[in-house]
Every structure is written in C-alpha cells, then in structure tokens.
Ligand binder design. Structure first.
Ligand SMILES: [Zn+2]
Length: 685
C-alpha cells in the first residue's frame, strides 16, 4: 500500500515492500518485560562511550542477536512488530473460532480473509486462475482507449502501472482533499537504479530483467525464450519512466510538487492520453481539480501512449498485475517474487512462515477493522494518560527552545509558538473507526479477497477527491509500530503499537521514557519547524511563514549538518546522503535536545542512579536502545539510496556527540576519538 509522500515518519515503513518484508522469528521474550528497562547486559563496556556510543550501549545486544534469515534488518521496531504478529495471530484465531460472529461483521471478514490465506490447498491448485478475467481483458486491448480502460481497471485494484493516484489535502487549501497524480510505473524501488552506472545498479538491472522473465514464464502465457525479449521491452518502458522522474532530493521541495490544474488543463499538458476517459473510468468524471506532482513525467506518459506499441503495453500491464499479486498466489509465484525483492534487493535468505505472512496481510488489508479489536485487547487506557503528560512537557520544552534560538527572528518566533500550540495530537487509535460494511470478504480464493480489499480501499480514496478533509482520519493503523507528523494537518500521531517498551514503558523511570518515546515525540514535533515545516503554516497550508533572514540563517545553521552526515561512512565507500536525509537529521537533533530538557524539568535535580546509571546517562542509553539493529549490506545499500532517514548508527552517534550534556554525563574527554570541540558542536534547536 502506498504511503503518502508527505508524511514524515519516525522510521522507514517496516513493510516497505509489502509482501516481501516478512519479518519473523520465534517469540523468545515478551516485550512487556518486567525486567530491567535499561539492561546493562545489552551493552558492550569494552567500548568506551567516547569511541562509539551506539556500540557501547548496544554492542552485546547486537552480538547476541545475529540477524535471522528472514530479516534484512532487525531492531527495536522489528522486535515490537514481531510481538504484534503473535498478538494479532491470537486475535485472528479467536475470530476464526468465534461461534457468534454475524454475517458481514468485521470479525467474520477478518476470519474469512485469514482462513482463505491459510488455505494453501486451494491456492496451489488454482495458481493464476482467479486472475484470468484480468489477463483476458489485457490481451484484448486493441487501441489506446482500451489501454486506458485497462489501466484504470488495474489501478482500481491497486496495481499501478504508469503512475499513482491518491487523495491528499490541497497544499494551498488544507480544508479540501484533491486528487494527486504522482510519478511511478517502475518496479525497482528508485529511478536511480535504472540510470546509475555503478556496479550495484548494473547488477540489479540484470537481475530485475531475469526476474521479469521468470515471472512471465510462470504465468504460462509466454515461452521462456520469448519472455526474455519481452522483459527487455518492459525494462525499456520503465527506464523511460525513470528518466522522466524527479529525484528523491528534488521531491523534498513541496513547491516543486505543486501544480494544481483542472481536467482541461491536464488534458492540454498531456494531450495524447485521454484524461477525461480515465477519470470517468475511475468513477470521478466530474473531477474539479488535480494536483500533478511531476508535470514533466505526465507529459512523457502522453508521448509514450503513442510511441510504445500496443503489444508492449499489454506485456507491461500483464507484468504489473502479476508482480503486484504474486505474493497472494501459489508458492512458485511467491518464491520468485521473494527471490528478487526479498533476497537480491534486501539480502533475506528465507521467507517468513506462512502464517506470519497471512497475519501481516490481514492486518494490512483490513487495517482499522483489525485495529479496533487490537486496541480493545491490548491498549491500556493509562498509556494514553501518560502520553498526554509527556507531550505536554515536550511542547513546553520546545517552546522554550524556540524562544531561546539565536538564528530565528523575533517575529517568526511568535508564529512558531502559535504553530506549536495548535499542533494536534492523536494517540493510540482513531475516535471514529472506518466503516467496512460495504467490503465483501468471503470464503472465496485468497487472491480474490485481497483484490476485494484493494478495490474497497481504492474506491474510498476516490470518493474523497474534492471533498472536505476529515480531520479525525488516521494515515496509519493502530497496530503499526511507527509514528508520524503530517504537515497538512499540523498533527503528530502515535499509534498504539509504538507505545510499548522500549519506546514507552509504564513501569520504567522517566529517564527511560524521555530517551525513548520522548525523543520520538520531539522528533515529530520539530518537523513542524524545519526546512519543510517552515513552508506549512499552522493550518497546514503551503505558505512560508519565515522571513528571508530566517531562511538564510537556517541554511547557514544546517549546512555543516549536511557535511557531517555526508562524511559518515558505511561499508568502506558508501556514505549517508546528507541532503536527502537533512529533514530527518534535523528532527533527530531536535528530538534529543528537546526531550532532554523536558526530562530535566521532571527530575527536579534528582540524580539518583539506577543500576549504576544516572538519569541523564539512562536517557542517552534509552535513546541508543530504540535504534539498535542489525542490518544486511544489501538492505543498507538500498536504504542509503532511498530512505530519507539515516542509518541507525548515524541516528545515534551524530546527535549525541553534538550534545553538551552527553559529554558531562559520560565524562567524555578531549582524548576520546569522537570528541568534538564545544564550538564545533552543531545546535539547531
Ligand atoms: Zn521524521
């Protein structure tokens, strides 16, 4: 499922490639541990805090938790996600065994969806049979009108050849949702893979063509020798899309993505593609306005509609359909897809157990229906109360930080505080749940249930176009281990699932919670005030509220940050992209410093040590703990290209070595290798 481009998450979406990010292992310890909130056994005290704090805090945990075959990355977020999978399984099994679930109730739908996913006998027997009507219609395409008809049909079941479409608030009128047309059409995770000449990209392109060939051959519609040629044609189409696409760094600038137009204007922009037909087919013939995120890309689509042969388009659509749904078909399809996206792209060597994959799919497809029963059983009301208190204290601390800033002008400070005070907060779960009554889930074949859920989701999206914004809406389910800031809503959102140890621990001392979820809250809040946040006002409109002087000062302030992250090296020759990750790095700096000051206020001078660590030391240790992880080289390489977040080690080590209190707390001396002179330490917030 597509994560909106403009949401600022605390970490990359765990299910980055939905069907292949299967993460699992046996449950070895409960995350709701009553054991120590900071466990010294997880540290590696042979390393000094002044050499590598990340390893000092996490070294033994990392040593003792070698990455399992089915993971490409495993850390605190994934551990929680894994525990969640077990909790969800119990809920789903209860749903299946429930005697009194009514026809068409959410519980019955959950039970039917889950059961159909576990029915491997039917799945193996049917292979691609349930998709036959779609294949047949694609083969019958004769002209561009047919092509657009099939494109619209595929998009309505969340298969996205050519481009994405979804609804989001109008950046310049945040009260209204408008249709967003977004670049897409490629099967590799980033345009650069098609265009870069480095060895890794060349290898991936070759493997990708092989993968397309294999998948097409499996359908039985192509002979192996002909499939290879067709795969190259598909690769050519995708390369054209890649060339017309914006880079990820360009897409960080919301002004560059704002091109609101009417249907007539869109038709003029890209005359060879019949947009009238398209919008009629997706159920919105009277669409008022559309935001075309990348006009050059859309122009190219128009040109390509005519320059590419109908036969090539047919193959391209066929591949898109099968690539999207391979994970819900027989094991030969599943394995082939995993072999490329799971193993070659991410380094995993084993698929997760089937039941875990089905738990994840059920949770993803029936999002809030699952969320409702999840929070009823697992989300304690007291977590919400403690969170309200934490957020209140963090807000107060950020307000003080804003007022003391040397780089922000006084008039802008007033606006910043105003914006801060209007930040909306969502904790745990939505007040109003999504209505699933029109969704049809039955005991039909698994892939048809997935198609049905996807179609339900697509229709819901389209129905929102041109309508007023529903402020109660959530963009993440309660069972997601993540958090986000949404600039259009000016809100921070913390799903129930992240409010568990090590992020949030109701039995732990304040230092641990401020170092964990406190730093996450601070991170999300400061997003409202950084180089992207300054472009959105308190009502979520794209309207800069900084003076030119603020912008210049901020650039000066953050320039060394770009250099610092650029210089952070991995695997010998790779480095973080300081520009791509700038917004997230600023937020990490903000999170650490704002939450620390909020903690100091609650401590009121209490320096009592627990397990030999002072509260301030525990704060930094807790912060390091939330980012501990194992990551495979392939995954790290992929993320350095795509992820707006820096790798975990940089997320810990860079902010702490620029934090004055850290030096005092751990007695770091000039002779320590990571020592930074006080006047060279970067301070943004
Ligand atoms: Zn963030």
């Amino acid at each position: 499922m597509l994560i909106k481009n403009n949401l600022l998450l605390i970490t990359a979406s765990i299910a980055l490639i939905t069907a292949c990010s299967n993460e699992s292992t046996n449950k070895t310890e409960s995350s709701n541990m009553t054991a120590k909130s900071i466990n010294p056994e997880n540290m590696d005290t042979t390393i000094t805090p002044g050499t590598d704090f990340y390893m000092y805090a996490n070294g033994n945990w990392i040593k003792n938790n070698p990455i399992k075959e089915e993971y490409s990355v495993f850390g605190s977020f994934h551990k929680l996600d894994e525990d969640n999978t077990n909790m969800l399984k119990e809920l789903f099994e209860n749903a299946v065994n429930s005697k009194d679930s009514k026809e068409n109730s959410n519980l019955k739908k959950i039970a039917d969806f889950y059961s159909s996913g576990l029915d491997t006998v039917t799945i193996e027997k049917l292979k691609t049979e349930p998709l036959k009507p779609y294949f047949d219609e694609i083969s019958a395409i004769k002209n561009t009108t047919d092509l657009i008809t099939q494109l619209a049909k595929l998009q309505s079941i969340e298969v996205y050849p050519m481009f994405y479409i979804y609804g989001n608030q109008d950046d310049k009128n945040s009260k209204i949702v408008i249709a967003q047309v977004m670049q897409g059409g490629i099967g590799l995770p980033d345009r650069d893979y098609y265009l870069s000449n480095d060895k890794q990209s060349q290898m991936l392109r070759k493997e990708y063509v092989k993968y397309i060939t294999n998948l097409l051959t499996l359908t039985g519609k192509y002979k192996e020798n002909e499939a290879g040629k067709i795969a190259n044609n598909i690769m050519n189409i995708e390369t054209k899309f890649a060339k017309a696409s914006m880079t990820r760094v360009e897409m960080r600038d919301p002004q560059k993505l704002y091109h609101k137009m009417t249907l007539d204007e869109l038709q003029k922009l890209s005359p060879d593609f019949n947009w009238n037909t398209y919008f009629t087919l997706i159920g919105k013939p009277d669409i008022k306005e559309i935001n075309v995120n990348q006009p050059d890309f859309i122009k190219e689509i128009g040109k390509m509609t005519n320059s590419i042969s109908i036969n090539d388009w047919k193959d391209y659509l066929t591949f898109n359909l099968i690539n999207t749904y391979a994970s819900y078909l027989s094991s030969d399809f599943e394995k082939t897809k995993f072999g490329f996206y799971g193993t070659i792209l991410s380094g995993k060597t084993k698929m997760k157990d089937r039941w875990k994959r089905i738990v994840e799919a059920t949770s993803g497809m029936l999002g809030e229906a699952v969320g409702k029963i999840y929070v009823e059983k697992y989300f304690p009301a007291e977590a919400k109360t403690r969170m309200l208190e934490l957020v209140k204290n963090l807000k107060f601390s950020l307000k003080e930080h804003i007022q003391q800033l040397t780089w922000m002008t006084p008039e802008t400070k007033i606006k910043a505080v105003e914006k801060l005070e209007t930040i909306n907060l969502k904790i745990g779960y939505p007040d109003k749940w999504r209505d699933y009554s029109s969704l049809k889930i039955t005991n039909q074949p698994y892939v048809l249930n997935v198609i049905s859920a996807n179609n339900f989701e697509f229709k819901r999206k389209v129905a929102e176009f041109d309508k007023p914004v529903d402020r109660a809406k959530w963009d993440m389910t309660p069972q997601t281990v993540n958090a986000y800031y949404n600039p259009n809503m000016n809100e921070i959102v913390f799903p129930a699932a992240i409010l568990q140890p090590p992020f949030f621990n109701k039995d732990a001392d304040d230092a641990v919670n401020y170092g964990g979820i406190g730093a996450v809250i601070g991170h999300e809040m400061t997003h409202g005030f950084d180089d992207q946040g300054c472009q959105y006002d308190k009502d979520g409109n794209l309207k800069n509220w900084w003076t030119q002087q603020d912008i210049d000062n901020f650039k000066k302030q953050t320039a060394p940050l770009i250099v610092t992250y650029n210089n952070f090296k991995f695997l010998d020759s790779l480095h973080v992209n300081g520009e791509l990750t700038l917004g997230e790095n600023i937020a990490d700096f903000g999170g650490v410093s704002v939450s620390l000051d909020a903690l100091k206020k609650t401590l009121k001078g209490n320096e009592e040590a627990i397990d030999g660590f002072t509260p301030i030391q525990r704060y930094y240790l807790s912060f390091a703990e939330i980012w501990r992880q194992q990551i495979r080289d392939q995954e790290l390489m992929r993320r350095l290209k795509e992820d707006v977040h820096s790798p975990a080690r940089a997320r810990v080590n860079i902010p702490v070595y620029h934090s004055d209190d850290f030096y005092k707390a751990f007695n770091i001396k000039e002779t320590d290798s990571r020592f930074i002179q006080p006047d060279k330490r970067i301070k943004i917030w």
